[in-house]
Ligand binder design. Structure first.
Ligand SMILES: Nc1ncnc2c1ncn2[C@@H]1O[C@H](COP(=O)(O)OP(=O)(O)O)[C@@H](O)[C@H]1O
Ligand SMILES: [Mg+2]
Length: 252
Protein backbone atom coordinates (compact mmCIF):
# COMPACT_ATOMS: atom_id res chain seq x y z
CA UNK A 1 0.00 0.00 0.00
CA UNK A 2 1.28 3.47 -0.66
CA UNK A 3 0.56 6.61 1.26
CA UNK A 4 -0.93 8.63 -1.55
CA UNK A 5 -3.36 11.19 -0.23
CA UNK A 6 -6.75 10.96 -1.91
CA UNK A 7 -7.52 14.16 -3.83
CA UNK A 8 -10.28 16.29 -2.36
CA UNK A 9 -13.49 15.59 -4.30
CA UNK A 10 -14.30 18.31 -6.75
CA UNK A 11 -17.00 20.64 -5.42
CA UNK A 12 -18.55 20.84 -8.88
CA UNK A 13 -21.08 18.07 -9.48
CA UNK A 14 -20.51 16.00 -12.57
CA UNK A 15 -23.15 16.70 -15.14
CA UNK A 16 -25.06 14.02 -17.06
CA UNK A 17 -27.10 16.34 -19.27
CA UNK A 18 -26.40 19.93 -20.24
CA UNK A 19 -28.81 22.09 -22.22
CA UNK A 20 -28.01 25.65 -23.27
CA UNK A 21 -30.53 27.98 -24.90
CA UNK A 22 -32.51 25.08 -26.37
CA UNK A 23 -35.45 26.12 -28.54
CA UNK A 24 -38.24 24.17 -30.17
CA UNK A 25 -41.18 25.44 -32.21
CA UNK A 26 -43.99 23.25 -33.52
CA UNK A 27 -45.68 24.29 -36.76
CA UNK A 28 -45.15 27.37 -38.88
CA UNK A 29 -46.53 30.86 -39.37
CA UNK A 30 -49.61 31.86 -37.42
CA UNK A 31 -50.16 28.41 -35.96
CA UNK A 32 -46.56 28.08 -34.69
CA UNK A 33 -46.20 27.11 -31.02
CA UNK A 34 -42.93 28.02 -29.30
CA UNK A 35 -42.77 25.06 -26.92
CA UNK A 36 -39.19 25.75 -25.69
CA UNK A 37 -37.90 29.33 -25.68
CA UNK A 38 -34.26 28.94 -24.63
CA UNK A 39 -33.99 26.26 -21.97
CA UNK A 40 -30.88 26.07 -19.78
CA UNK A 41 -30.64 22.98 -17.59
CA UNK A 42 -27.98 20.81 -16.00
CA UNK A 43 -28.86 17.35 -14.74
CA UNK A 44 -26.22 15.99 -12.34
CA UNK A 45 -24.98 12.42 -12.50
CA UNK A 46 -26.19 10.08 -9.76
CA UNK A 47 -29.25 12.16 -8.96
CA UNK A 48 -33.01 12.31 -9.39
CA UNK A 49 -34.13 15.51 -11.08
CA UNK A 50 -37.84 16.36 -11.16
CA UNK A 51 -39.36 18.70 -13.70
CA UNK A 52 -42.56 20.44 -12.67
CA UNK A 53 -44.78 23.09 -14.21
CA UNK A 54 -48.27 23.78 -15.58
CA UNK A 55 -49.79 21.75 -18.38
CA UNK A 56 -48.54 22.90 -21.79
CA UNK A 57 -45.36 24.58 -20.46
CA UNK A 58 -43.08 22.27 -22.48
CA UNK A 59 -42.15 19.44 -20.09
CA UNK A 60 -42.82 16.55 -22.49
CA UNK A 61 -41.12 18.42 -25.33
CA UNK A 62 -38.05 19.00 -23.18
CA UNK A 63 -37.65 15.41 -21.99
CA UNK A 64 -38.29 14.09 -25.52
CA UNK A 65 -35.40 16.25 -26.74
CA UNK A 66 -32.99 15.23 -23.99
CA UNK A 67 -33.82 11.56 -24.57
CA UNK A 68 -33.09 11.88 -28.29
CA UNK A 69 -36.69 11.27 -29.36
CA UNK A 70 -37.21 14.73 -30.81
CA UNK A 71 -34.76 17.15 -32.41
CA UNK A 72 -34.21 20.70 -31.19
CA UNK A 73 -34.28 23.74 -33.47
CA UNK A 74 -31.51 25.68 -31.72
CA UNK A 75 -29.19 25.51 -28.74
CA UNK A 76 -26.74 23.01 -27.32
CA UNK A 77 -27.42 19.61 -25.82
CA UNK A 78 -24.98 17.07 -24.52
CA UNK A 79 -25.94 13.82 -22.80
CA UNK A 80 -23.14 11.93 -21.07
CA UNK A 81 -20.76 14.00 -23.17
CA UNK A 82 -22.46 13.13 -26.45
CA UNK A 83 -23.80 15.95 -28.65
CA UNK A 84 -27.03 14.34 -29.84
CA UNK A 85 -27.26 16.77 -32.77
CA UNK A 86 -24.02 15.33 -34.17
CA UNK A 87 -25.47 11.84 -34.61
CA UNK A 88 -27.06 10.56 -37.78
CA UNK A 89 -30.56 9.12 -37.47
CA UNK A 90 -29.38 5.48 -37.27
CA UNK A 91 -26.62 6.38 -34.80
CA UNK A 92 -29.16 8.22 -32.68
CA UNK A 93 -31.49 5.20 -32.48
CA UNK A 94 -28.54 2.98 -31.54
CA UNK A 95 -27.50 5.50 -28.89
CA UNK A 96 -31.06 5.60 -27.52
CA UNK A 97 -31.36 1.81 -27.41
CA UNK A 98 -28.12 1.62 -25.46
CA UNK A 99 -28.57 4.52 -23.07
CA UNK A 100 -32.19 5.54 -22.56
CA UNK A 101 -35.26 4.19 -20.78
CA UNK A 102 -38.38 6.28 -21.40
CA UNK A 103 -41.71 6.01 -19.58
CA UNK A 104 -44.30 7.66 -21.79
CA UNK A 105 -47.25 9.56 -20.37
CA UNK A 106 -49.62 7.38 -22.44
CA UNK A 107 -47.55 4.23 -21.70
CA UNK A 108 -47.20 3.33 -25.45
CA UNK A 109 -47.43 -0.42 -24.85
CA UNK A 110 -47.58 -2.64 -27.93
CA UNK A 111 -51.08 -4.23 -27.89
CA UNK A 112 -50.07 -7.24 -30.00
CA UNK A 113 -47.39 -8.33 -27.52
CA UNK A 114 -47.94 -9.87 -24.09
CA UNK A 115 -47.04 -7.91 -20.97
CA UNK A 116 -43.71 -9.75 -20.54
CA UNK A 117 -42.90 -9.41 -24.24
CA UNK A 118 -43.48 -5.65 -24.03
CA UNK A 119 -41.07 -5.41 -21.11
CA UNK A 120 -38.47 -7.61 -22.81
CA UNK A 121 -38.22 -5.48 -25.97
CA UNK A 122 -35.25 -3.32 -24.86
CA UNK A 123 -33.24 -6.44 -23.96
CA UNK A 124 -34.06 -8.19 -27.22
CA UNK A 125 -33.03 -5.05 -29.15
CA UNK A 126 -29.69 -5.23 -27.33
CA UNK A 127 -29.20 -8.80 -28.53
CA UNK A 128 -30.47 -10.89 -25.62
CA UNK A 129 -32.42 -14.07 -26.50
CA UNK A 130 -36.20 -13.73 -26.33
CA UNK A 131 -36.55 -16.52 -23.74
CA UNK A 132 -33.93 -15.02 -21.38
CA UNK A 133 -35.39 -11.53 -21.84
CA UNK A 134 -38.96 -12.68 -21.13
CA UNK A 135 -37.76 -14.50 -18.00
CA UNK A 136 -36.03 -11.36 -16.69
CA UNK A 137 -39.13 -9.35 -17.57
CA UNK A 138 -41.27 -11.70 -15.47
CA UNK A 139 -38.98 -11.22 -12.47
CA UNK A 140 -39.03 -7.44 -12.71
CA UNK A 141 -42.83 -7.43 -13.18
CA UNK A 142 -43.14 -9.46 -9.96
CA UNK A 143 -41.21 -6.80 -8.00
CA UNK A 144 -43.76 -4.28 -9.29
CA UNK A 145 -46.67 -6.39 -8.01
CA UNK A 146 -47.57 -7.85 -11.41
CA UNK A 147 -46.81 -11.51 -10.82
CA UNK A 148 -49.12 -13.76 -12.85
CA UNK A 149 -49.69 -11.02 -15.45
CA UNK A 150 -46.78 -11.83 -17.78
CA UNK A 151 -48.92 -13.50 -20.42
CA UNK A 152 -51.79 -11.02 -20.33
CA UNK A 153 -52.58 -8.65 -23.17
CA UNK A 154 -51.54 -5.16 -21.96
CA UNK A 155 -54.83 -3.52 -22.86
CA UNK A 156 -56.70 -5.98 -20.60
CA UNK A 157 -54.93 -4.44 -17.59
CA UNK A 158 -56.04 -1.45 -15.51
CA UNK A 159 -54.36 1.93 -16.04
CA UNK A 160 -52.20 1.49 -12.95
CA UNK A 161 -51.09 -1.96 -14.08
CA UNK A 162 -50.28 -0.69 -17.59
CA UNK A 163 -48.25 2.10 -16.07
CA UNK A 164 -46.16 -0.42 -14.11
CA UNK A 165 -45.58 -2.43 -17.30
CA UNK A 166 -44.30 0.76 -18.95
CA UNK A 167 -42.06 1.38 -15.94
CA UNK A 168 -40.65 -2.16 -16.08
CA UNK A 169 -39.93 -1.75 -19.80
CA UNK A 170 -37.98 1.44 -19.13
CA UNK A 171 -35.93 -0.10 -16.32
CA UNK A 172 -35.18 -3.59 -17.61
CA UNK A 173 -32.01 -2.80 -19.56
CA UNK A 174 -30.60 -0.66 -16.72
CA UNK A 175 -30.31 2.46 -18.88
CA UNK A 176 -27.84 5.20 -17.95
CA UNK A 177 -30.57 7.76 -18.53
CA UNK A 178 -34.10 7.12 -17.31
CA UNK A 179 -36.76 9.63 -18.35
CA UNK A 180 -40.26 9.37 -16.90
CA UNK A 181 -43.33 11.36 -17.92
CA UNK A 182 -45.74 11.38 -14.95
CA UNK A 183 -44.77 7.86 -13.78
CA UNK A 184 -47.15 7.79 -10.81
CA UNK A 185 -50.22 9.41 -12.38
CA UNK A 186 -52.26 6.17 -12.40
CA UNK A 187 -50.94 4.69 -9.13
CA UNK A 188 -52.30 4.80 -5.59
CA UNK A 189 -50.12 6.22 -2.81
CA UNK A 190 -48.50 2.92 -1.78
CA UNK A 191 -47.66 1.83 -5.36
CA UNK A 192 -46.49 5.32 -6.27
CA UNK A 193 -44.09 5.23 -3.33
CA UNK A 194 -42.80 1.77 -4.28
CA UNK A 195 -42.26 2.72 -7.89
CA UNK A 196 -40.55 6.00 -7.03
CA UNK A 197 -38.28 4.32 -4.49
CA UNK A 198 -37.21 1.88 -7.21
CA UNK A 199 -36.62 4.73 -9.66
CA UNK A 200 -34.76 6.78 -7.06
CA UNK A 201 -32.49 3.87 -6.13
CA UNK A 202 -31.54 3.55 -9.78
CA UNK A 203 -30.70 7.23 -9.98
CA UNK A 204 -28.27 7.12 -7.06
CA UNK A 205 -25.69 5.11 -8.93
CA UNK A 206 -22.51 6.24 -10.61
CA UNK A 207 -22.98 7.27 -14.21
CA UNK A 208 -26.77 7.23 -14.02
CA UNK A 209 -29.27 10.04 -14.21
CA UNK A 210 -33.03 10.18 -13.86
CA UNK A 211 -35.43 12.92 -14.98
CA UNK A 212 -39.04 12.67 -13.81
CA UNK A 213 -41.84 14.95 -14.98
CA UNK A 214 -44.51 15.06 -12.30
CA UNK A 215 -47.44 16.93 -10.76
CA UNK A 216 -47.49 14.53 -7.83
CA UNK A 217 -46.60 16.45 -4.67
CA UNK A 218 -46.51 13.15 -2.73
CA UNK A 219 -43.17 12.39 -4.36
CA UNK A 220 -41.47 15.83 -4.42
CA UNK A 221 -39.44 14.96 -1.29
CA UNK A 222 -37.67 12.20 -3.23
CA UNK A 223 -36.08 14.68 -5.64
CA UNK A 224 -32.47 15.81 -5.40
CA UNK A 225 -33.31 18.76 -7.63
CA UNK A 226 -36.68 20.20 -8.64
CA UNK A 227 -36.56 22.28 -11.81
CA UNK A 228 -39.60 24.53 -12.27
CA UNK A 229 -40.74 25.21 -15.80
CA UNK A 230 -43.14 27.79 -17.16
CA UNK A 231 -43.99 28.89 -20.68
CA UNK A 232 -41.11 27.15 -22.41
CA UNK A 233 -38.39 28.07 -19.89
CA UNK A 234 -36.79 26.71 -16.72
CA UNK A 235 -37.53 29.51 -14.30
CA UNK A 236 -35.91 28.17 -11.11
CA UNK A 237 -34.27 25.12 -9.58
CA UNK A 238 -34.22 24.03 -5.94
CA UNK A 239 -32.61 21.21 -3.99
CA UNK A 240 -35.26 20.20 -1.43
CA UNK A 241 -33.45 17.34 0.29
CA UNK A 242 -30.32 19.41 0.85
CA UNK A 243 -31.93 21.95 3.14
CA UNK A 244 -33.60 21.67 6.53
CA UNK A 245 -37.34 21.25 6.83
CA UNK A 246 -37.72 25.00 7.23
CA UNK A 247 -36.10 25.38 3.83
CA UNK A 248 -33.37 27.83 4.84
CA UNK A 249 -30.96 25.69 6.80
CA UNK A 250 -27.38 24.94 5.83
CA UNK A 251 -26.51 22.68 2.95
CA UNK A 252 -25.20 19.31 4.06
N1 LIG B 1 -46.33 17.59 -31.88
C1 LIG B 1 -46.80 18.80 -31.55
N2 LIG B 1 -47.34 19.60 -32.51
C2 LIG B 1 -47.81 20.82 -32.21
N3 LIG B 1 -47.78 21.37 -30.97
C3 LIG B 1 -47.25 20.63 -29.99
C4 LIG B 1 -46.75 19.30 -30.22
N4 LIG B 1 -46.28 18.81 -29.04
C5 LIG B 1 -46.51 19.77 -28.13
N5 LIG B 1 -47.08 20.87 -28.69
C6 LIG B 1 -47.43 22.13 -28.00
O1 LIG B 1 -46.25 22.58 -27.34
C7 LIG B 1 -46.57 23.10 -26.06
C8 LIG B 1 -45.82 22.30 -25.00
O2 LIG B 1 -46.34 20.99 -24.96
P1 LIG B 1 -45.82 19.85 -23.99
O3 LIG B 1 -44.34 19.78 -24.09
O4 LIG B 1 -46.58 18.61 -24.29
O5 LIG B 1 -46.21 20.43 -22.55
P2 LIG B 1 -46.40 19.71 -21.14
O6 LIG B 1 -45.79 18.34 -21.23
O7 LIG B 1 -45.71 20.61 -20.16
O8 LIG B 1 -47.88 19.65 -20.87
C9 LIG B 1 -48.08 23.01 -25.91
O9 LIG B 1 -48.63 24.25 -26.31
C10 LIG B 1 -48.46 21.93 -26.90
O10 LIG B 1 -49.76 22.09 -27.37
MG1 LIG C 1 -46.71 16.41 -20.94
Amino acid sequence: MNNTIEPTPSPTTRVAIRLRAVEKTFGKGESAVRALRGVDLEVPIGELTMLVGPSGCGKTTLISILAGLLSRDRGELSVFGQDLGALRRDQLSAWRRENVGFIFQQFNLVPQLTVAENVSVPLVLKGESVSAAVKKAGELLATLGLEGRSKSAPLKLSGGQQQRVAIARALIHEPRLLVCDEPTSALDAELGRRVMTLIRDRSHQRDRAVVVVTHDDRIFHLADTIAHMDDGLIIRSERPTRTTVAGHGPLH
